[in-house]
Design a protein. Sequence first.
Length: 403
Amino acid sequence: MLEGYRIIETGQVIAGTGGGMILADMGAEVIKVEAPSGDLGRNPSIAGLGPISSIFLTFNRGKKSVVLDLKKPDGKQAFLDLAARSDALIANFRPGTMDRLGLGFAALKERNPGIVFVDSSGYGERGPWRDRPAFDLVLQGISGHMSITGEPGRPPVRHGIPTADITTALYTALACMGGLLARARGGGAAHLEVPMFDVQLAMFGYISTMYLNKGDLPEPPGSAHEYMVPYQAFATKTIYIVLSPREEHFWKKTCEVMGIPEVADDPRYKTNDLRAANRAELLPLLEGILRTRPGEEWLDLFEKAGVPSAPVNPLDRALENEQVAAREMVRTYEYPGLGPVRVVGNPILDRVAGRNPDFRPAPLLGQDTEAVLKDVLGYPEERIASLLASGAAQACQPAAART
């Protein structure tokens, strides 16, 4: 889909690399420019798989790694030359960092009048929080997400996945593709900003709209829904299941399956507004009935009746089942010094091709430096040797990189 596009990425860990992963999954050539010390996401002490972090293995598949010291004049010049031959840049630094390096939007646009520059930081260029450090947990807290996550009356809870990082990466990829599409339709260079904080506010969706227009201040709902009842996880004799009878016809079928058809027409529960107003009486009734049978039996009955329902799966059951196999959503690639690495695949399926291509491995540090300097930038061997000797560039040393 994106074959022929070349993207430079200077991001680290997840928020700065996930967008590039999406673009690489879709066929773009993503060149990851790393400092000599490498992406912090390589650190094997965090979610490590042998000599490397699973964070890096996940979010950097399919990319090339070029090591440049951007503080050295020759490293900076190589970066500018690469920008002149690329379509877009995804940067992931505090505001002003790229400008201080002489590699900001104005400098890159001078070299490449059509460059799409996507700038991702914690809080963006404008505002009093501009220079604050930002990590996923910090953003989950300050954005208000943790205040509405967890059980009522209990301490704040972090999302089970790094949602601030991952959602920022999604918007970063979207911004990059939007800039490229605008350029393809006659536009010029674009400078697009994707602050993590702004993304988290956008992720509230209708919840923020209700507060801004009605003053509704949500509290942690557990697994329940603040406006729809029933819409939550329930304990059964064996497992937890979720029920989502959002529409009235689903509510009637739910009551029929549970052997209480009269409850569907009870004046207290006939509509969702009434059920929400009387949830304190309704939910204990449903909970008591659902505890009388194994969850597997309930799910079979609900499925036959067409009621939206599912088990609350642990991760192993979510990843190892016939649906995942049918969609080929677990893929494998070989990482040097580690062996087979299994990862979740690209959820965007090319229906024309019928099957998404297998992933190229995440790169070793600097494994593509020499090839990019030679084949993309056209540098002669003497200049490449000079860059490596001065430390302005660094090539992969396989034996060291694998230990």
